[in-house]
Every structure is written in structure tokens, then in C-alpha cells.
Design a protein around this ligand. Structure first.
Ligand code: SF4
Length: 213
């Protein structure tokens, strides 16, 4: 029997990504090798319980939704996540995964929507970005940059063009919740005609930082 250490499984509104607004089951895996300055899920670094894949599926099914987002922590840090993905796809769930760009995405099933969180200098973990990962992105995937300050914005602008990310997949820019006014990002995206979508964290607008939302 295969197991994963699970921090929490909950039903909420997708607050980020191209699927913003869709009621979704979130499976948050325990553990992350990174330590971003703005991390809002530090409780997922260690806290969690071991669950069999069959019990995880049972819990997901109880919410009666076909949308599942696997997140963390860093979900790719536990190898059995690939088996969970296969089981979910076999059962016709629409699966997305939020991952930090600190681990390889090569083995993620091509039917999963990847949201790759490319780390900016403001995160403090920028040097962990795996540039090799960009070759595995599909047109329907998303790269996300959390922008902490003007330096992050300028760095991101340059980074998008350096790696032609806008030609590969969707590019999302999101303001760091407590650090960056969304208007600053909106004005600059328009001024620079940046090939990117502005994102907000809808779940935080609705529930602030309430856990499990
Ligand atoms: S990658 Fe995500 S979970 Fe890990 S430290 Fe950074 S923000 Fe937190």
C-alpha cells in the first residue's frame, strides 16, 4: 500500500491560476525544501498525517467535485504523489499541481495542469529555480511569479523574455499579499505591454489568511 504525508485536504474556491473561482478540492502535502520569505503555509513544512492513497481518494470524493489541486509545501517532494496523480486521472478528475520550480517537473503526467511558481529575488530562493524545467511545460500550463517589490518586477520582466516563457505557456504575475499594491503591478503590466496576466489571491480577499480556505 502507498502512503503520503498529508497536511490537509479541504474544499474551497480556487483563488489563483487560470481556474480562479472554481470550487476545488485541495490536497496539501507536507514538506518543502525551500524557505521563501513570504511563505504563508509554514505549517505544512512538518505537520501532517500519513494517509493511504485509497483514503486520500475517498476523502477527495466526499466533496463531490471533479477539480483537484495538489499543493504544499512542495508536492513533488514526496515520490508517491505520482501514484496519486495517476489514480486521480484514472478516475477522471481534472488535476492541477502547484509546484515551486525547485524540483524537476519532468515526470508529471501530461494530463495535469502545472502551475510553476518561479522564484523571484524577493522570495530569497531565486537561486533554486530549475531552468531545465521550462522545456517540459505545455501550452496550457502556467508559470507564476510572486512580485514582492520593484526589483522583482524588473527582474521578472527580463526573465520572461530571456526564457521566452510567454511563447511557451501562460505567464501570471501576482502581488505578494502584504508587500505589493496590486495597482502597481497593473500599471506596470500595461505600461510595458507585458505578455502576462495579472493575478490576485481571491481566497485571501474572501477569507484573509484563514487556514483551510
Ligand atoms: S515553495 Fe511554497 S511552501 Fe515552500 S517555502 Fe516557498 S512558498 Fe512556502
Amino acid at each position: 500500500m502507498k502512503y503520503l504525508k498529508i497536511n490537509e485536504i479541504f474544499f474551497s474556491i480556487q483563488g489563483e491560476s487560470l481556474n480562479t473561482g472554481i470550487p476545488t478540492v485541495f490536497v496539501r502535502l507536507t514538506g518543502c525544501p525551500l524557505r521563501c520569505n513570504y511563505c504563508d503555509t509554514k505549517y505544512a513544512f512538518k505537520e501532517g498525517v500519513k494517509m493511504s492513497l485509497s483514503n486520500i481518494i475517498k476523502k477527495i470524493k466526499s466533496y463531490d467535485s471533479r477539480f483537484v489541486t495538489i499543493t504544499g509545501g512542495e508536492p513533488l517532494a514526496q515520490h508517491n504523489v505520482y501514484s496519486l496523480i495517476d489514480l486521480l486521472l484514472d478516475k477522471s478528475f481534472t488535476v492541477s499541481i502547484e509546484t515551486s520550480n525547485g524540483l524537476s517537473i519532468e515526470k508529471i503526467n501530461k494530463h495535469v495542469d502545472i502551475v510553476l511558481d518561479i522564484k523571484t529575488p524577493g522570495s530569497g530562493e531565486c537561486e533554486k529555480n530549475i531552468i531545465d524545467n521550462y522545456q517540459f511545460l505545455k501550452k496550457t500550463d502556467q508559470v507564476k511569479f510572486v512580485i514582492c517589490d520593484i526589483n522583482d518586477y524588473l527582474w521578472t520582466k527580463d526573465y520572461i523574455y530571456t526564457y521566452n516563457l510567454h511563447q511557451i505557456c501562460n505567464v501570471l504575475l501576482s502581488p505578494s499579499y502584504d508587500e505589493m499594491p496590486i495597482r502597481f503591478l497593473a500599471d506596470n503590466i500595461l505600461k510595458d505591454k507585458l505578455p502576462a496576466r495579472l493575478q490576485t489571491q481571491l481566497h485571501k480577499i474572501i477569507w484573509d489568511n484563514e487556514r483551510g480556505k
